[in-house]
Design a protein around this ligand. Structure first.
Ligand code: AHR
Length: 481
């Protein structure tokens, strides 16, 4: 069946923030993955490793969420400022019980953002922090004039205040962030957010802690009590190949786990639909954004690594998870205003893996690369179903139409036809990421095994675009007017 592409019908904008990253003080994400310190032999800019920055710039990272995760509700920001030799060490109780030297703090985070050209999403501490601590952090980051916190920032080397685009008021407050009930959290949220002030004419977008997976009661209560005080509310859902307690291996898995992980990722569609219905009750204008600030595959850690570091390999199966999930976010672009894949480097479904001075790009990274054409584009409506194992998305921006599709079947290539006659194109260019087996991945010895390649198995005639996509593949085609 041919899929009709309604290229002239205006849809919602696919926010570029859907392509956000999450970087927590967890395992080797920040330390080693991002931060190596000024004295490292690994090329760095004021301690931030340059290979990682260069790779992330290529995929146009729009926003980074930091410092957690569960870590956020134990983080006391004042421990991470001032001369490095004076900074207090802390125990990362959630993640491996390791001692951190706090050399990566607020200034270093904003320096990373400068290097990436990305916006800030800082997650504040409600679980073990005070209102005053949160208020002072916002003042420290954003106030330009003379004030105790602005002066302290200046003493620490940054005269100019930073642009704090997004601020999260607590993380997983139903669990690691304080084990609260929704009614209690909603009241606390109202109180804490009062002191997340706009010190400039740029508004800080405030994000309330939303539900875990299908906890619809949490969404209901928090929206009922606190909706007028928030700009966004979070949702967390991880894709699992089995039960939560039984994390399955990232490589060498059986066929049934290819599909169980994919099915778990696809549940995102139902979750967003049902949570949005609840949000619609309290926010029919869709002013409040649904912020999926943790998503991705959660698999078993690699053998021999610290179980608290959540270091897992990343295969072409994860590329399917990324493609399917990004397509879902596009379909819900009217409500989903930001998403942050967990996590940026060396943790869970990472973009990049590092080992000493070596760095590799994962299949997921390449999907983000293929999909960057959709950032801030307009979602294009289509009708007609694709083949059984095919999922797709279409968007339009700057006189180009981008079609991304994945074939998550493991055996057959699929031919899909799109009626693009509403869009007169003069050229088509394509790229593909493919796996030769279910757990195809990159390693430090073979870093280009799964990579982005030119894709030419398509043709266009009389307004019909025909694409033949191999199994276990993700492709993007860009048609230029
Ligand atoms: O991303 C890893 C952890 O998963 C985060 O710290 C927490 O918020 C979630 O449970």
């Amino acid at each position: 069946m041919t899929i009709k592409v309604l290229a002239d019908k205006k849809g919602p904008q696919i926010s570029r923030y859907i392509y956000g990253q999450f970087a927590e003080h967890l395992g080797r994400c920040i330390y080693e993955g991002v931060w190596v310190g000024e004295d490292s032999d690994i090329p760095n800019d004021k301690g931030i490793r340059l290979d990682v920055v260069e790779a992330l710039k290529e995929i146009n990272v729009p926003v980074v969420r930091w410092p957690g995760g569960c870590f956020a509700d134990e983080y006391h920001w004042k421990d991470g400022i001032g001369p490095k030799e004076n900074r207090k060490t802390i125990v990362n109780t959630h993640w491996g019980g390791v001692v951190e030297n706090n050399h990566f703090g607020t200034h270093e985070f904003f320096h990373l953002l400068d290097l990436l050209g990305a916006d800030a999403y800082v997650n504040g501490n409600v679980g073990s922090g005070t209102v005053q601590e949160m208020q002072e952090w916002v003042e420290y980051m954003t106030f330009e004039g003379e004030s105790p916190m602005a002066n302290l920032r200046k003493e620490n080397g940054d005269d100019k205040a930073w642009d704090l685009k997004f601020f999260g008021v607590g993380n997983e407050s139903w669990g690691c962030g304080g084990n609260m009930r929704p009614e209690y959290y909603a009241d606390l949220y109202r109180r804490y957010q009062t002191y997340v002030r706009d010190y400039t004419d740029k508004h800080v977008y405030k994000i309330a802690c939303g539900p875990n997976i299908d906890d619809y009661n949490w969404m209901e209560q928090v929206m009922k009590i606190a909706a007028p005080f928030m700009d966004g509310i979070s949702l967390h859902h991880y894709a699992l190949a089995s039960e939560w307690e039984d994390k399955r291996p990232a490589t060498g898995f059986p066929e049934k786990e290819w599909f169980s992980l994919i099915d778990s990722a696809k549940k995102m569609e139902e979750l967003i639909t049902k949570h949005s219905t609840i949000m619609d009750k309290y926010d029919p204008e869709k002013r409040v954004g649904l912020i999926v600030d943790e998503w991705g595959s959660w698999l078993a850690v690699e053998k021999g690594t610290n179980p608290g570091f959540l270091y897992q390999q990343n295969t072409i199966r994860d590329a399917m998870v990324a493609s399917l999930t990004l397509n879902i976010f596009h379909r819900h672009a009217d409500r989903v205003k930001m998403a942050n894949i967990a996590q940026m480097v060396n943790v869970l479904q990472a973009m990049l893996l590092t080992e000493g001075s070596k760095m590799i790009k994962t299949p997921t990274y390449h999907v983000f690369d293929l999909y960057k054409h959709h950032q801030d584009a307009e979602l294009i409506e289509t009708y007609g179903d694709a083949n059984e194992y095919v999922d797709f998305t279409v968007s339009k921006k700057d006189n180009s139409l981008a079609v991304s599709l994945c074939n998550y079947g493991i055996e057959k290539e699929e031919t899909v036809t799109f009626d693009v006659s509403d869009f007169s194109s003069s050229s088509v260019e394509g790229w593909i990421v493919s796996g030769s087996q279910m757990d195809a991945h990159n390693s430090f010895d073979s870093s280009e095994h799964v990579t982005k390649e030119a894709f030419t198995n398509h043709s266009i005639k009389d307004g019909i675009l025909s694409v033949t996509i191999p199994p276990m593949s993700v492709a993007t085609l860009v048609l230029k007017a």
